[in-house]
Unconditional design. Structure first.
Length: 286
């Protein structure tokens, strides 16, 4: 994982530390790194955030699921749960709410460096969201034709977004409310330190690893400010084996619960031996 927050003065991204949401053009930086070991199977690229509380009660409620499901009436009259990101300049915001307004919008590009030549790594942006989210929970508004600009007419973009929701992607099947980057962000995290899937790197040749060991560079369009709340940003490359992906949470949970049970067992054993054999019965007179 590569931390690109830029808090250290020596970091290439330090110049972007105090970037604002509407910086034009966006601040850019490049971080070089080395992979010590090859990644043999498909690779998953994540972005990670720290000290970001997506589990705050008011934050979690700040959305309109009917609007996100393509309901035309909710599109123009969002839920009051979205306040204060319900309207802007007397126009309804689409998508409304604090979750959508704070959507992650850094752009990450990966390159392999071979003899001072940079070769771009193909990053796949489709297939990163849950199937049920993409095909059931999130739908675009309906109407005559498939022109999203016309379907979203009468609405305005979230305050912190540089462009409206119908311009998130050039491909129609990945635009609007069904944009997969947007869908991934809207599934809120349970802990303040989390990662979300950003891109996929598919293995093309069974004879060659997906990412060979060697030198790489990460190009970043730094748009997302985290310094104001002492947050951190990082890029994570991960792969899976026949046992699945590496996730230490379950092991830590088992060890913690097992340790508590063992401790309580010892305490109860001591209490039993010390007080369990005491004769508390009293003689009842005839």
């Amino acid at each position: 994982q590569i931390d690109y927050t830029g808090t250290e003065p020596s970091s290439p991204c330090n110049k972007c530390l105090n970037v604002s949401w509407d910086s034009t053009p966006p601040c850019t930086c490049t971080i070089n790194f080395t992979l010590e070991h090859s990644f043999e199977s498909n690779v998953f690229m994540y972005y990670g955030l720290s000290n970001f509380y997506q589990n705050h009660r008011r934050y979690v409620k700040s959305r309109d699921d009917s609007q996100l499901n393509g309901d035309n009436s909710s599109l123009l009259n969002p839920s009051k749960e979205c306040e204060p990101y319900r309207t802007n300049e007397d126009k309804p915001i689409a998508p409304c709410g604090a979750i959508a307004n704070s959507m992650f919008n850094d752009t990450l590009e990966l390159y392999r460096i071979d003899n001072d030549t940079r070769t771009p790594i193909t990053l796949i942006k489709k297939g990163i969201a849950w199937w049920t989210d993409k095909n059931v929970k999130f739908r675009n508004p309906t109407g005559d034709g498939n022109n999203l600009t016309a379907l979203f007419q009468g609405t305005t973009k979230p305050v912190n977004w540089p462009k409206p929701v119908y311009m998130l992607d050039s491909e129609p099947d990945n635009n609007g409310f069904i944009n997969e980057d947007f869908i991934v962000w809207m599934r809120t995290a349970a802990l303040p330190t989390f990662r979300k899937l950003y891109r996929l790197i598919e293995r093309k040749n069974n004879l060659q690893p997906t990412l060979q060991a060697g030198k790489y560079s990460l190009d970043i369009a730094y748009n997302y400010p985290v310094h104001s709340f002492d947050g951190q940003k990082r890029m994570i490359l991960s792969t899976i084996s026949w046992m699945g992906g590496k996730n230490p949470f379950l092991g830590i949970a088992y060890i913690t619960v097992g340790s508590i049970c063992f401790f309580l067992g010892v305490v109860l054993l001591i209490i039993h031996h010390k007080y369990g054999n005491r004769n508390t019965s009293a003689d009842i007179p005839n």
